[in-house]
Design a protein around this ligand. Structure first.
Ligand SMILES: Nc1ncnc2c1ncn2[C@@H]1O[C@H](COP(=O)(O)OP(=O)(O)OP(=O)(O)O)[C@@H](O)[C@H]1O
Length: 254
């Protein structure tokens, strides 16, 4: 029996009423993510990938449909409740990691974990140190955020996302601003995150990044056009998986 979805979006629609005529970006999107699954969302520019990510993670509100996280309907929450869910149950990794420039790398990672569980400072600090070792940035913890590489900074933002022990982590083009060596570093880190049991949903334009996922969902004009199950990543199958994803994307007109 498959485990119940940790995140379940049903019939999601998003229309922006501020344009004339209003812009419908998502229509009837269903997406169920299993615990420990790594799902990638792909699609042409403007197909609605980021909007979908924002709607499932409470950064935006869908105009129709429902989103359940750990069995709890998020669509009826008020802004304070939604902020609390984002802080305590969701991790976020963006293309441009936003860090406070006057804090060290370590303190930037620690801050949201302390905010999420203020009574648990020692445990949060221990968790942050363990994560920084796990993702090989322990040695730059005392550095300022301008004194580390883009790959290190993006790994720091992965640590920051995980430090609150979220139910799910969403990543919007986390390698979009990185060169290929740094992209490989960050993708290795995300595969390790998934191996450690985390649940991930990532938007990317890069088929070789998508090949690391368990499943790729393809959006076209705000609808799910197709999906591909790849199963858990193994480095030995890297080339075959990339070829498979590329071939599949071509059939979709990507
Ligand atoms: N606040 C908004 N108001 C009006 N239209 C919007 C708004 N936000 C996004 N859109 C439109 O929705 C469409 C989808 O945007 P979205 O960013 O979700 O696409 P995407 O697939 O992530 O694109 P990209 O790959 O270029 O990042 C775009 O046409 C965009 O212009």
């Amino acid at each position: 029996m498959t485990a119940p979805a940790i995140l379940s979006a049903r019939g999601l629609g998003r229309t922006f009423p501020t344009t004339e005529p209003p812009t419908t970006v998502l229509t009837g999107v269903d997406l169920a993510v299993a615990p420990g699954e790594f799902v990638v969302v792909m699609g042409a520019s403007g197909s609605g990938k980021s909007t979908l990510l924002y709607c499932i993670s409470g950064m935006d509100r869908p105009t129709s449909g429902t989103v359940e996280l750990e069995g709890r309907d998020l669509t009826g929450l008020d802004d304070d409740e939604m902020s609390r869910v984002r802080l305590t149950r969701m991790g976020f990794v963006f293309q441009q990691p936003y860090f406070l420039p006057n804090l060290t790398v370590r303190d930037n990672i620690l801050l949201p974990a302390l905010k999420a569980a203020p009574g648990d400072a020692a445990a949060a600090a221990a968790r942050v140190d363990a994560l920084m070792e796990r993702f090989e940035i322990g040695h730059v913890g005392d550095h300022g955020v301008t004194e580390v590489s883009g790959g290190q900074l993006q790994r720091a933002s992965i640590c920051r996302a995980l430090a609150t022990q979220p139910a799910i982590t969403v990543a919007d083009e986390p390698t979009g601003a990185l060169n290929s060596a740094m992209t490989a570093e960050v993708m290795d880190a995300l595969v390790a995150v998934r191996r450690d049991g985390a649940t991930l949903v990532m938007v990317t334009h890069d088929p070789s990044c998508a090949a690391r996922a368990d499943r790729v969902v393809y959006l076209r004009d705000g609808r799910v056009q197709a999906e591909r199950h790849l199963g858990p990543w193994t480095a030995q199958a890297a080339q075959d998986r990339e070829d498979d994803v590329l071939g599949w994307l071509r059939t979709l007109g990507f």
